[in-house]
Design a protein around this ligand. Sequence first.
Ligand code: S3P
Length: 440
Amino acid sequence: MSVVPAPRWRVAAGGSVAGTLRMPGDKSISHRALMLGALAEGDTHISGFLEAEDCLATARALASLGVQVERRAPTEMLVHGVGMHGLSPAEEPLDMGNAGTAMRLMMGVLAPQRFDSTLIGDESLMRRPMERVAVPLQMMGARIQTQEGRPPVRIRGTPHLRAVQYSVPVASAQVKSAVLLAGLYASGITRVTEPAPTRDHTERMLGAFGASLRREGRSVALDGGIGLRGARVSVPADFSSAAFFIVAGCLAAERPLLLPNVGINPTRTGLIELLRRMGADIRVREIGAAGPDAEPVADMEVRRSSLRGITVPESLVPLSIDEFPVFFIAAACANGETLVRGALELRVKESDRLAAMAAGLAVLGVEHQLLPDGLWIRGAGSLGGGAVESRGDHRIAMAFAVAALRARAPIEITDVANVATSFPGFLRIARKAGLKIEPL
Ligand code: S3P
């Protein structure tokens, strides 16, 4: 039975965390496994699938496009691939819920089809920028219309796309991935160059599904017109979910906190580097990756450490982009000043995460300055309590739950339902870890 999450949480101040915590499957990899599985010939078995609202939105969208997606167990999916040209038109607009990744990657999948599609989402997704994906796809000959840059995204299917050479202006794995997915259908070599490395799950998985692609420095080149074949995908635990407990461990693990089987793809783990620079004791034991396309996985161990503020190198921003909400909590609990710049992208996530975190830190009495592209924080060692707005953003809600470990008074967090988009078991796991968290 699924329980509808309560709209608010109350987290008691203080306490400690310990134990072995199994994190849910990786969201980025789960989305991609469903999509590539759908476009492949033959079956794709997905284990460790993230059974969260975002990935279920992708599964539902693919089902509306005629793909049989069987849920064998909560974390086991079997996708019966229809092949590159086997999708059929959906009767209704495809509702991608809160999931930016689902919408943007599906733009790449749907642009080269022989039918038209419309993509919509929830209130947050309907505000998010989509032109960044529409522009390169239009260069390939796709016909896509947004509403002043935002959803609904209306796609006139155009089966004969041209390969492009595209330099992505902002570091975005979603843009890169959408162009590569459309490139599967284009004649010739599609080459995407990024301004800085971003998560490379699409490239790895395309390789594992039989696509022909090469990495050339900051570029990836894909040969169009080559079909995919179904594969077995074993999804590691999501580093971005583990991040909340990595920081919780740094703040309050009197005994070691263990996180088994976490994905440690180096394009995702910037947070480890940042926390180590702050003085964190994080141990990572890699448990082997089979082959060049496999996702690296590790058991992690975290202990309480006294953290000091740092200046975050801009090169690490894309490698820790989803972890800033909880990183800012670490910074607020550290001694000394922390400065993050070059993080403008945080303003166009599920919420404006710079503004949301600044507002919450103000409630907790943390001295900070909101900058156009970042945040300056003077760490205070401990925090006050109060009522913090999550703005319906899952990562803001979970970050402030972790903050309570170092608070002097309870923290109340509003509008937490969207935690189910990425981490449906958060409340249970947080309690198991030692957080005193109650739904209101
Ligand atoms: C994602 C890429 C990132 C990240 C998002 C997931 C992906 O977005 O923030 O949570 O799965 O490709 P951008 O591509 O907008 O940076």
